[in-house]
Design a protein around this ligand. Structure first.
Ligand code: FAD
Length: 562
């Protein structure tokens, strides 16, 4: 039996019901405050996080039979793809955020929000432990618990420093709205400091040297935005400093944007070279000091020290401590993020779901499943399948695992598909060969990419499952497509890749769309504007973002240091 530990007492004033979790616990249950009437029949859904995954889940949850509680240290949703535009004032920070209370206000059922962070998940008693992010009137931090029947973990990730010394102390991250605001102020600070009369030429050069670490989409977009800001706006306001400004992009790998099509990588590197952005590949940062950054150059093996004025660190994401503790608790050690099955259920837990950047679908299991599908088709255990059967199996695998479909375009599998196409119907093809090709690609398809697109689709998918949960329980004989597998009553999550953008500055963007379609230049920039305007979470933010773009076209960017 579930341990609700729910005590119902009459409220003195209104005669309503007040829920208090674990009477003996010094930590009170949240939502037990006056005014909240717990309906014990409703299933309690607790959502941790108000980012892409959590918000998409909340927006799409329509079934009023849940009692929904949200816990997040951020009382708003932030449209992260526009964060680089906030760093230079192309878009204002308030234009890309929407209060979570406004988002859930339109729901036909009550949704409760607490601005707090979860610091522990107790799976045994189905409770999450939280502490507020603000001090209470006694000067302390309030702690409380929230009970759940279903827990949705959507806590995202944090910036990864790879334990490089000095990064936390001296570098800027670009993960949250506050980071973008801080970067904007620091850039202006650097220009103002370099304008002071006592500053030597050498020092000016150092102060106006902006270093970006990480040649992924965020680092590249930030470098491009900074270049535009400097050239289109700051150069006019600080004409004497223009010649001292330098932007360097450090990348440990061989190329920037290496997750994109080769054509985009080449175009971006050439464009940056023309723009004067110094791209250093094979350059691994070993230490960040107060005024210089140390790198180890792969080509020479030498350690180089680069003086800088501002460093932005954008080398990928790492696990949040609370998620790491939870992983240890449930035995998911030696993993980077929480492992779920294809229904987004955390492996080894009941009624706990994880989505977005803090989770990944366990691919090891996927490979095992793929082997099982082949074994089933290869009835005589010959290790071969006829061409038509092979095609059927591949179709089946792609339906279950959309990531395989994406990777069928990769060279190893493309060759195999060509062979399949050119073979006669009676030819038999080697299963192991296909699996080998797949496992070669597997190193790249281990996880779905950590993007807003994946997080949002997962949120929508999970909300859809929750919307139909009651119906499925009521009519268990209903159209349960996957009943035969005896695993779950909903179809597994399928990621639909809609393409990705890499803004490169100067009103040019690279777009890689499904079907290996690549478009680079000004037309893609307009596509980028349209997509990002349409993807805004509300009409208010859509209006604000579009008017910010218009303001920038007419008046340029604002360089006030506020
Ligand atoms: P997040 O959106 O990070 O949300 C996590 C939520 O959890 C937040 O509300 C946070 O406050 C909350 N939280 C944190 N700790 C706790 C806690 N202890 N308890 C409770 N709640 C907690 N993706 C794209 O697809 N396209 C892009 O163009 C793109 N551009 C990007 C640009 C930048 C600068 C950045 C940083 C990211 C970009 N991404 C982009 C990636 C995208 O933002 C992430 O993949 C996405 O935000 C992941 O969503 P999420 O819900 O998992 O996490």
């Amino acid at each position: 039996p579930r341990l609700y530990q729910l005590l119902v007492v009459c409220s003195v004033s209104g005669g309503g019901l007040l829920a208090i979790s674990d009477q003996n616990s010094p930590i009170r249950s949240a939502f037990a405050d006056a005014g909240y009437n717990a309906d014990i029949k409703k299933k309690k859904v607790v959502v941790l996080g108000t980012g892409w995954a959590g918000t998409s889940f909340l927006k799409n949850l329509k079934d009023p039979s849940y009692d929904v509680k949200i816990v997040s240290p951020r009382n708003y949703f932030a449209f992260t793809p526009l964060l680089p535009s906030v760093t230079n004032g192309t878009v204002e920070s308030r234009s890309i955020v929407e209060p979570i209370r406004s988002i859930v206000r339109k729901k036909k059922f009550d949704v409760y929000f607490k601005e707090a962070e979860c610091y522990k998940i107790d799976t045994e008693n189905r409770k999450v432990y939280c502490r507020s992010t603000q001090q209470n009137n006694l000067g302390g931090v309030e702690e409380f618990t929230v009970d759940y029947d279903y827990l949705v973990i959507a806590m995202g990730a944090r910036s990864n420093t790879f334990n490089t010394p000095g990064v936390v102390e001296h570098a800027h991250f670009l993960k949250e709205v506050e980071d973008a605001q801080r970067i904007r102020r620091t850039v202006i600070d650097c220009f103002e400091r370099a304008s002071l009369p006592s500053v030597s030429e050498e020092e000016k050069k150092r102060i106006l040297h902006f270093v970006v670490v990480g040649g992924g989409p965020t680092g590249v977009e930030f470098a491009a935005e900074l270049h535009d800001f400097v050239n289109e706006d700051l150069a006019k306001l600080y004409p004497k400093l223009k010649e001292h400004v330098r932007i360097t992009l450090l990348e440990a790998g061989d190329h920037i944007l290496n997750m994109f099509d080769k054509r985009i990588t080449v175009f971006a590197e050439e464009k940056f070279a023309r723009d004067g952005i110094d791209v250093k590949v094979g350059s691994m940062v070993t230490k960040v000091a107060e005024k210089e950054i140390c790198t180890k150059e792969r080509s020479t093996g030498q350690t180089v020290s680069i003086p800088y004025g501002m460093v932005v660190w954008s080398t990928g994401i790492g696990t949040r401590p609370v998620v790491m503790d939870f992983m240890k608790q449930i035995g998911q050690t030696n993993r980077r993020v929480l492992a779920t099955d294809e229904w987004l259920r955390v492996e080894g837990c009941d009624n706990i779901y994880a989505l977005g950047d803090c989770a990944t679908i366990n691919q090891r299991k996927v490979m095992e499943d793929i082997s099982a599908i082949f074994s089933k088709a290869d009835k005589n255990n010959t290790g071969h399948l006829k061409v038509d059967d092979f095609k059927e199996v591949i179709k089946d695998i792609c339906e279950r695992y959309p990531q395989v479909e994406i990777h069928l375009k990769k060279k190893q599998l493309k060759n195999f598909l060509q062979l399949l196409k050119n073979s006669d119907a009676n030819d038999e093809l080697n299963i192991e060969k296909f699996k080998l090709a797949l496992s070669e690609v597997d190193t790249q398809m281990k996880n779905l990419p950590a993007t807003a697109q994946v997080a949002a689709q997962q949120g929508t998918y999970l909300a859809d499952c929750f919307n139909r949960m009651e119906l499925c329980e009521k009519y268990p004989e209903g159209p349960l497509r996957f009943r035969g597998t005896g695993r779950h009553r909903f179809r597994p999550f399928r990621y639909k890749h809609l393409g990705q953008f890499a803004p490169l500055g100067g009103e040019q963007t690279a777009a890689q769309l499904p079907g290996d379609w690549v478009s680079i230049g000004h037309s893609s920039q307009w596509l980028w504007y349209s997509v990002y305007a349409s993807k805004q979470v509300s009409w208010r933010t859509r209006y604000l973002v579009v008017s910010d773009w218009g303001r920038r076209f007419v008046f340029g960017r604002d360089s006030s240091r506020i």
